[in-house]
Design a binder for this molecule. Structure first.
Ligand code: GLN
Ligand code: ZN
Length: 768
């Protein structure tokens, strides 16, 4: 007998990103709606079958999505703002309009705001609840997919975002705070009760409600809200014998402050993350009595890393849970959405490396291994080949330490983290020295990576074209891009990043200590996927990385060209970090490597250097009490270490993507950059209040239009954004830019958008 196993969610984008390709073909008009639907159905079937064949007991359904599971939940609950419904599009097209904006015959609407999903690099669409929102069960997706699986012989565990997490993440119109009125709460609770009832009719045995919001700090009344939301669901659950058991699934942290509430409510299952919230969750389990009718879903297989599970450690955790209850299911710690598909598609990595890795498919095997070992006696465990082979991976040293790196880290002093002179003084001279006007315009770095660019890179990688042909091509793209920027009239130019496949991988390729995968894609948002490199050993710079193309670009224009680097925290957060040394140490090593690059760029005559920290906010611990001690206290200094060595007149920029900045705005100022640009357009510039209140010193360019949407913003629209910015910021400190890199856009929307941006800026300058 082996313990029951459960998977919280499985990657949906497909082993070869089939879903991405199919949806994008549909967007382009090169394939039909039916073709897209058929691909989706075949992927669902394949994923269920893989899990079934692996011997997983509780296989998720409704973890599939065309774009995002929060958006699906919003649609299910009829939380689709009227402006999208009024377009009169079909179901999928309405969904895509909410997700990406729509500009066409049926109208012109911007996309809904998108935010990072807890501490991951996945982005969800923020549901908008307005006065005219009528929350009710309005869709059938979870039921359809449950039945679809059942017809294929797989009795799944349907998965839906839970009502508490859904409402806590929802916002009012224009991203304003949402007042959770009784009407909203009760309508939501009723809709979920109906979902429970409907699944009873269909015969589901478990209903998984994902409540990751429970791992966050509680505000006054949060747990009461939780109780209120769950009362009708649990009443529906108890209305008959055969209604599905309710599993409240948490992940990304611990729920020590809410576990007793869940026990008190007698939900049937409580899913605990015993990786990220291990100690606190185990302590809480020891403190409160687990009711006999509650099953603990023990999350011991990490859905956030690519390293093999340490079975001895997982068994230790399971044994600890079993001390307090016999009702234990062996589960992933969170959805496998956040890991790549399988290590089987990595021909370039040798077995000696691959045996240390485990992607989604391999993690299924880990679950069943652990479940079998969990029920084994001590003797059986001792005699287990599976356990012995696993143990061998963790014995001994996996990689040799790099002594030169260790010595350099050990020699760091406080001065290495402090740039001179103070920023206020630097800012006085920089603009004059650089000859910049008020409201300088710039972009975030990348320009469209068109099919042509991607083809050249692919052909170069395959050896079909030689280095010179490739380099000539990159040079010609830079020339073209510089000329175009001059024509449009931007003030600070960029080279366009055509040589980079990805802002992290490109750097990793020039750093010692990194490994790369071929197919290890992970969904980031919608059809966008990322392929993080792997930190395998100690990190140092192998060779100059960006100097050549930045200097080349600067040689082609009289305007200032901004050098473009990725910062240490972002490189770490968008890589798969090691687990045998701390994140702090890995980040410090990265900071030293990028520092070398900054100084080389400066020496080569680059006067403005942008160090992107797009992902700084991402790994901020979920609990406020851990923010500084466990993260910001080393992440912020790491950024300062990168740029503290430059001359006063060298202007250091940074950039941050989608996330909330308001509560860490002072830490952002502490990075001591001269200028920051950030995503703001999709959140209606709410960050401006924080900038205003914090007397933010860094000059800032809150993005004036959304680059994640193919829409072209009009001049008036951008003028409106600049006006809004000027209401809250000193004009001397304002920059005008799009909200992120333009790499994912086409030329046909990029250049008109930038023309409008420059024209809007000129208009506003005239008013000053
Ligand atoms: N410089 C990068 C670019 O423009 C920044 C990308 C990002 O913030 N994600 O592509
Ligand atoms: Zn960005």
């Amino acid at each position: 007998m082996s313990a029951v196993t459960s998977v919280i969610g499985f990657p949906r984008i497909g082993e070869n990103r089939e879903l991405k390709k199919s949806i994008e073909a549909y967007w382009k008009g090169s394939s039909s709606l039916d073709e897209m639907r058929a691909t989706a159905a075949s992927l669902r079937a394949k994923h269920w079958k893989i899990q079934k064949d692996a011997g997983i007991d509780l296989i998720p359904s409704n973890d599939f999505s065309y774009y995002d599971q929060m958006l699906d939940t919003a649609i299910l609950l009829n939380v689709v703002p009227k402006r999208y419904r009024d377009l009169g599009l079909g179901a999928e097209d309405t969904l895509f309009a909410v997700a990406r904006g729509y500009q066409g015959e049926q109208g012109d609407v911007t996309a809904q705001p998108m935010k990072k999903w807890f501490t991951t690099n996945y982005h969800y669409l923020v549901p908008e609840i307005g006065e005219d929102t009528e929350i009710r069960l309005a869709g059938t997706k979870p039921f359809d997919e449950y039945q679809e699986a059942k017809e294929q012989g797989v009795d799944t565990k349907p998965v839906i975002i839970g009502p508490y997490t859904f409402l806590k993440l929802a916002r009012g119109p224009q991203a304003a705070d949402l007042e959770l009125t009784d009407a909203i709460v009760s309508a939501t609770a009723q809709a979920y009760a109906q979902i429970e009832t409907r699944f009873a009719e269909l015969g589901a045995s478990w209903l998984q409600l994902d409540e990751p919001y429970l791992v966050l700090d509680k505000e006054e009344g949060d747990l009461d809200l939780f109780r209120t939301l769950y009362a009708p669901i649990l009443a529906a659950r108890r209305a008959a014998e055969n209604t599905p058991k309710v599993l409240v699934q948490t992940y990304f942290g611990h729920i020590a402050d809410s576990l007793d509430t869940l026990f008190d409510l007698h939900v049937d299952g409580v899913g605990l993350d015993l990786i990220e919230g291990r100690d606190e969750n185990l302590n809480a389990l020891g403190t409160f009595t687990v009711p006999d009718d509650v099953t603990i879903f023990a999350g011991v297989v990490n859905g956030r890393n690519i390293w093999r599970n340490d079975y001895a450690q997982s068994l230790g955790t399971l044994d600890a849970v079993r001390q307090v209850t016999k009702n234990v299911v062996v589960s992933t710690a969170d959805s496998l959405l956040h890991v790549p598909f399988t290590t089987a598609n990595e021909p370039t990595l040798g077995d000696d490396v691959l045996r240390h890795f485990s992607f989604a498919v391999e993690k299924l095997g880990e679950l069943t291994d652990i479940a079998a070992l969990a029920d084994a006696s001590d003797e059986e465990r001792q005699g287990s080949d599976v356990l012995r082979a696993n143990q061998a991976l963790f014995d001994g040293t996996r990689v040799q330490p790099d002594e030169a790196v260790a010595n350099r880290v050990a020699a760091l002093t406080a001065d290495d983290y402090t740039r001179q002179p103070a920023r206020a003084e630097r800012q006085k001279t920089q603009r004059a020295e650089l000859g910049l006007p008020l409201l300088p315009t710039t972009t975030i770095g990348s320009f469209p990576q068109t099919r042509e660019v991607r083809q050249y890179r692919a052909r170069f990688r395959k050896g079909e074209i030689d280095q010179k042909t490739y380099d000539d091509f990159i040079a010609s793209k830079i020339d073209e891009c510089i000329r175009h920027q001059e024509q449009v009239g931007l003030d600070v130019l960029v080279h366009g990043e055509f040589e980079r496949n990805d802002m992290v991988e490109y750097f990793g390729q020039n750093l010692n200590g990194f490994l790369f995968t071929r197919n290890a894609w992970v969904q980031s948002y919608g059809t966008r996927c990322v392929k993080p490199p792997i930190v395998w050993g100690d990190v140092s710079r192998a060779r100059p990385i960006t100097v050549r193309w930045s200097s080349y670009a600067q040689s082609r224009t009289k305007h200032v060209v901004k050098g473009m680097l990725t910062g240490p925290v972002t490189i770490l957060n968008w890589s798969w970090p090691r687990e045998d040394v701390s994140h702090e140490l890995q980040t410090t090593q990265l900071a030293l490597a990028i520092r070398d690059e900054v100084l080389d760029l400066e020496a080569a005559g680059i006067r403005v250097i942008q160090i992107d920290e797009a992902a700084l906010r991402e790994k901020l611990p979920v609990r406020r009490s851990d923010w500084y001690g466990k993260y910001l206290d080393w992440a912020i200094p790491a950024f300062r270490l990168v740029h503290s060595g430059v001359k006063p007149d060298t202007q250091i920029h940074t950039h941050m993507c989608y996330s909330e900045f308001n509560d860490i705005i002072r830490s952002i100022d502490d990075m001591d950059a001269d200028v920051i640009s950030f995503e703001a357009s999709r959140s209606d510039l709410t960050v401006l209040d924080a900038i205003h209140e914090a007397h933010f010193e860094t000059e800032a360019g809150p993005g004036v239009y959304d680059i994640h949407s193919p829409r072209i913003p009009s001049v008036d629209e951008i003028v409106g954004k600049i006006h809004a910015i000027l209401k809250k910021m000193d004009v001397q400190k304002v920059w005008v830019n799009p909200d992120c890199g333009l790499k994912t856009r086409g030329d046909e929307e990029t250049w008109p958008s930038l023309e409008n941006l420059v024209e809007a800026t000129k208009k506003v300058r005239e008013e000053l």
